[in-house]
Design a protein around this ligand. Sequence first.
Ligand code: ADP
Length: 446
Amino acid sequence: MPGQFKRGIRVILPAFVRVAAIASVSIAVGALFGVEAGLWVALIAVGLFFALHLYYLSVLGTWLEQPSLSTIPEGWGSWFGVFNRLYKTRRASEINARRLEENEARFRHTISALPEGIVLVDAALKIEWCNPVAERHLGIRLQVDQGMRITNLVRDPAFINYMTAASFGEPLLFRPLANPALALSIRVIEFEPARSIIMSRDVTEAERLDAMRRDFVANVSHELRTPLTVVNGFLETLLDGEPPLDETRQRHLQLMHEQATRMSRLVEDLLMLSRLEAEETPLADDEVDVPALVAELELEARALSGGRHEIECAAEPIRARGSRDELRSAFGNLVSNAIRYTPSGGRISLVWRAQDDGAVFEVRDSGIGIAAEHLPRLTERFYRIDRSRSRETGGTGLGLAIVKHVLMRHQGRLQIDSELGLGSTFRAWLPGARLIAGRAALRRVA
Ligand code: ADP
């Protein structure tokens, strides 16, 4: 406040002095040569001041049309102060702008050197800037495409869906139509409410190695399938053969048969995973009668349990679109896990019902439960908390990996809630778009 007052005084005082000077000269002339002469002097002086101010106003107006530090005018009287202050402000903002430009250039230079592609887009996905790597990855050219919507330039459906769905939790893996030899991983970082960075990473080599690994596992599993079937067949013949074997041999053959069966299960699970992972395996479009499937699984659960558990089952009349075999395998794995990891006397419930814009198959057990630190890793292949328990109960360590893949292929997800010693709840959720619901259930899904 005192600063503002001082500044006000500094501007008003000279003007006041000038007015006072004109008034005194006019009064003096009036006293010496008559009132009329005094008034003339006052009028001429005020007119001159008025003309002077008009002149400087026009000078200021002309300068403002093309403001530049080098052409700033010089002024007289109060205009000297005005132009002087304009000069200082202009100089400060030019220095700031230059500094900003330098910083931006340095930032862009650094980003240009990154091995990742970077595209800066606004809220409407219009390209503001991109580095040369992004130009190469996405087939865009900054000079020509700046200001264009990126989804109009990169026309791959997977990319367009990913960008418009605006759900960037998981990266997008895709091969651009313009360059199918290239495998890209796309990530989007929203760094301001109205701006995002699209990062593209070349994962061609990693994808090639992953495909090699998948092919290798699929081929080995396939090659093992036939010999294992033969071994299993002969073991069964020997076990059931006549004359009956002595007790020791019978036990040995029984053990061999159990292990060979386990190997067969492992091979089947590995083949199933390979099929699920292969991009070229299309998803079947069956109309799956999930309530009937759940009823089948209930029977299976009762058989597996052999009366050791209390089993409940409920299903709303909601059907689903997708692969019946895959959903059966996924839901079946959850059910068999519940039986295998719940001690005798425990309770198990299977429920299929509408939930959160979709429907969920929920398997709840009162079994051994899972400690929190294991939960994030459960769907990894061969991740087992207790290896020997898994093996004893006929597990392969691949069940939940299969569940995860099947759900991913159906745009669903797996949710696991568990507490050590208290039991677990596994929920396989399918989105509403995959459901064909009965009228009553539909109302709840919507
Ligand atoms: P596995 O064939 O070993 O059961 P899964 O992939 O089906 O393999 O499960 C991975 C691990 O998750 C299991 O080894 C087990 O430790 C744990 N798990 C799965 N389901 C349950 C459950 N219902 N209760 C407790 N632990 C479970």
